[in-house]
Write a new protein. Structure first.
Length: 451
């Protein structure tokens, strides 16, 4: 019974480390409590404790899933809880086979990182929300080893403390805290600088083409690039000659580049792409098809490329909404020479405030990993301007219509993460798989028993 209480309590702490509470460092007792709860357990008992922790953490942290799916949300929380359950089983096996000290701490780190990475990026129902590194927010590890590497460092420190290795544990966590605090905001660029782009985003859900054009006409004349939300025009606008001519003429009259959410209908079969379309007075500059459609929604056919769009103000990455939840799309666009990001996004009003507060954090992580300025135009919030360190320079409140203006700065610098650091979770997954196999071999049990 005390183990169940500790598992549930640690799940509460874990959930509270994310918005709307956002008590970032509550993630530490959230992890340590789970590690303490599974000590001395193996097999099913270990799984049940890990599963309970996960059900409490995800059920409390992702209550907004109930607004989307009703009672089916319980099944979704249960699926997510399978991963801390699997972590607990492997953890119990490792301790039963005699892992102690630094060896156990390192195993705990890769064991956690592997199951988290599978849940977030590899599992068919992959869901990268509520990861350990995400709770920390912007920090100096992100442009080096990304969000999964930052989370692994946190788990390493937690494991060392649970193992009563106080000095290395406190040193690890102290360094991580310092790396969080030193990653301050980047100064706002000079709007007239040679690498600057004067931008605007429209936050409005269900608006007509004429309403969006009117809102854009009212922007300051100095604006160079405007972003409308995902599904701003929820049909193939290029298939409607009158509206397409109106849109291209408008861009020419206003002398702006426009990135908007629309659809691209297949010509020879049923289906469509969820598209971020970029155009100016000369016509289409490029388009991106959403690579990661939202699960369980009619969100189009997945795209298969992640390339920037060349514009008059440099190469622009235009991932669509859920694309930015995952690590690969923004990284690949950056590696392919994206200098800034203009992101059409949609968080429907009926999904509630908690959902959009949590979703907004993921865009900030992607900006920090790749050191790029990012403008996000969301249908009902949160529309925001994010600097290359992941800090928000300006935003609009959720569930209110509005216009956000600001300045982005182009950059061609590649972070270590963009070049090599993105491999960190893959290395940890490989190490974990080798370790899992070793713990299952007959020789491991024999070694433990001394035979």
């Amino acid at each position: 019974m005390p183990r169940c209480f500790l598992a549930a309590l640690s799940g509460v702490f874990y959930a509270l480390s994310f918005p709307p509470v956002k008590g970032s460092w509550l993630i530490l007792p959230g992890i340590m409590g789970l590690l303490l709860a599974v000590r001395g357990l193996r097999g099913r008992p270990a799984f049940y404790v890990g599963f309970l922790h996960g059900m409490v953490a995800f059920g409390l942290g992702l209550t907004w899933l109930w607004h989307l799916f009703g009672v089916s949300a319980i099944a979704l929380w249960g699926i997510l809880a399978l991963f801390p359950g699997a972590f607990a089983v492997a953890q119990g096996r490792a301790m039963a086979m005699g892992l102690r000290g630094w060896q156990l701490a390192l195993f705990t780190m890769v064991n956690w990182a592997a199951w988290e990475f599978i849940r977030a990026e590899l599992f068919p129902l992959r869901f990268p929300w509520m990861t350990a590194g995400l709770a920390l927010g912007p920090n100096a590890l992100l442009p080096r080893v990304g969000v999964y590497g930052a989370g692994a460092a946190l788990v390493l420190g937690a494991s060392l403390l649970v193992g009563r290795r106080w000095f290395p544990g406190l040193t690890t966590l102290g360094a991580l805290a310092a790396l969080t605090f030193v990653q301050g905001p980047v100064p706002m660029p000079d709007k007239n600088g040679p690498q600057s782009i004067r931008v605007a985003a429209i936050q409005r859900e269900g608006a007509s083409l004429s309403d969006l054009i009117q809102a854009t006409r009212e922007l300051p004349k100095e604006i160079q690039h405007v972003v409308w939300p995902e599904h701003a025009l929820p049909y193939d606008v290029r298939a409607h000659a009158a509206e397409w001519n109106l849109l291209t003429n408008f861009c020419k009259e206003e002398d702006i580049t426009l990135t908007l959410g629309t659809h691209t209908q297949f010509k020879d079969k049923e289906g469509w792409f969820n598209t971020a379309l970029t155009l100016d007075g000369l016509g289409v500059r490029g388009e991106h098809h959403k690579v990661h459609p939202v699960h369980f929604f009619d969100d189009g056919t997945p795209g298969d490329t992640s390339l920037p769009v060349p514009t008059r103000k440099g190469n622009v990455g235009t991932p669509v909404c859920f694309d930015c939840d995952f690590a690969s799309v923004v990284r690949r666009m950056t590696g392919a020479s994206a200098e800034t990001f203009m992101v059409p996004s949609m968080d429907a009003a009926r999904w509630g405030a908690w959902q959009r507060l949590q979703h907004a954090e993921l865009f900030r992580i992607r900006a920090a990993e790749n050191a790029r300025w990012m403008l996000v135009a969301s249908s009902s919030g949160i529309t925001q301007i994010i600097d290359p360190n992941g800090h928000v320079h300006a935003s609009l409140p959720p569930l209110k219509e509005g216009v956000l203006t600001g300045v982005l700065q182009r950059s061609t610098r590649m972070t270590f993460y963009t070049r090599f650091g993105w491999l960190a979770p893959w290395f940890m997954l490989g190490a974990a798989v080798v370790w899992w196999i070793a713990l299952l071999l007959p020789g491991a049990a024999a070694k433990k028993s001394g035979t």
